[in-house]
Design a protein around this ligand. Structure first.
Ligand code: ATP
Length: 266
C-alpha cells in the first residue's frame, strides 16, 4: 500500500530523516517508533505533503506522492491525525466530521453559492456519512455536541473519526494514545483494530506507549537521529540491543522503552 524509498529531509545542517525506507503492506498495522527528536513526525509530514523531501519517493498503491500538496495527498487516500488535538472546538461533532468529508464532495463553489441540487445532495451525503462514522467509532451520542465539550479521550477519537471521513486507504496516527488513561488506551486499541479489520484501512502509527505498540503492531520500524536502526516483528524489536541502546542512551524518554531494567513493557 505504501512504499517509501530513500526519504531524506534536512533542516539547516540537521539531518532530520536520513534515507529511510518503509514498506507497508495493504491492511496491516505498523508502527514507527524512536526516541524524542528521532524524526518520526518529520517522516509523517513528508508523507502527507506538509514538507517536501530533499530526496526520495513515496508511493501509495503505486502512485507517486512527492510533489503533491497536503489536500492532494488526502484525495489520493492518506488521512492523518496530529500529535496535538486539532479539532474545530466551537463546531459540533457532526460539523467537524462534515469538514473532514469535504475533499470527497462533488459540489463546486458555484453549486454552494447558488445552493444547487448537487450542493444539497452533497450536504445530505456528508451528514449521513458523519453519522455512520460516529456510530462506528462509538461517538454517535455526541452528534450535536460542541467538540470542545467532549472528554479528552473522546476528542482524540473524534480526530480519528474526522480522518476516516475522508475515506482513506491509509491512515497515519501521530501518538493517538498520548495523554490517555489505560481504559481509554484499551478502547483506542480495539478501535484501531476495527479500522483495519472492518474498514480495510491500513494503519501506520507513531506511538510512545510501548505496551500499545507491542500488542498492536504487525511490524515496527525504529528511527534514531533520523536513521532507521531496526525493523521487524514486535518480539524482535523488544530484544534488539540497538533499540535498547537508542532509548536507554537518552534516559529512556519518560515512561517509555526500557524503563524497567532495559526490558520493554509489553
Ligand atoms: N520545521 C523544523 N525546522 C527545524 N528543525 C526541525 C523542524 N521540524 C523538526 N525539526 C528537527 O528535526 C528533528 C526531528 O524532529 P521530529 O519532530 O520529526 O522528531 P520526532 O521523532 O517526531 O520527535 P517527538 O517524539 O519528540 O515528537 C528534531 O531535531 C527537530 O528539532
Amino acid at each position: 500500500m505504501l512504499e517509501v524509498r530513500d526519504l531524506t529531509k534536512t533542516f539547516g545542517g540537521l539531518l532530520a530523516v536520513n534515507s529511510v525506507n518503509l514498506t507497508v503492506p495493504d491492511r496491516t498495522i505498523v508502527s514507527v517508533i524512536g526516541p524524542n527528536g528521532a524524526g518520526k513526525t518529520t517522516f509523517f509530514n513528508m508523507i502527507t505533503g506538509i514538507y517536501q523531501p530533499d530526496k526520495g519517493s513515496i508511493q501509495l498503491a503505486g502512485r507517486e506522492l512527492v510533489g503533491l500538496r497536503p489536500d492532494q495527498v488526502t484525495e489520493a487516500g492518506i488521512a492523518r491525525t496530529f500529535q496535538n488535538i486539532r479539532l474545530f472546538s466551537t463546531m459540533t461533532v457532526e460539523e467537524n466530521l462534515m469538514i473532514g468529508r469535504h475533499p470527497r464532495l462533488k459540489a463546486s463553489y458555484v453549486d454552494a453559492l447558488f445552493r444547487t441540487r448537487r450542493f444539497h445532495e452533497d450536504e445530505r451525503e456528508a451528514r449521513e456519512a458523519a453519522r455512520a462514522i460516529l456510530d462506528f467509532v462509538g461517538l454517535g451520542r455526541y452528534l450535536k455536541e460542541m467538540a470542545v465539550n467532549l472528554p479528552y479521550g473522546d476528542q482524540r477519537t473524534l480526530e480519528i473519526a474526522r480522518a476516516l471521513a475522508t475515506t482513506p486507504k491509509l491512515v497515519l496516527l501521530d501518538e493517538p494514545a498520548a495523554g490517555m488513561n489505560p481504559r481509554e488506551t484499551e478502547t483506542l486499541k480495539a478501535l484501531i483494530r476495527r479500522i483495519r479489520d472492518d474498514l480495510g484501512v491500513t494503519v501506520v502509527l507513531i506511538e510512545h506507549d510501548m505496551r500499545l505498540v507491542m500488542t498492536l503492531s504487525e511490524h515496527i520500524t525504529v528511527l534514531d537521529y533520523g536513521t532507521k536502526i531496526a525493523e521487524g516483528l514486535p518480539h524482535q524489536i523488544r530484544n534488539d540491543p540497538r533499540v535498547m541502546e537508542a532509548y536507554l542512551g537518552r534516559g529512556a524518554a519518560a515512561g517509555d522503552y526500557g524503563k524497567e531494567g532495559g526490558e520493554v513493557r509489553a
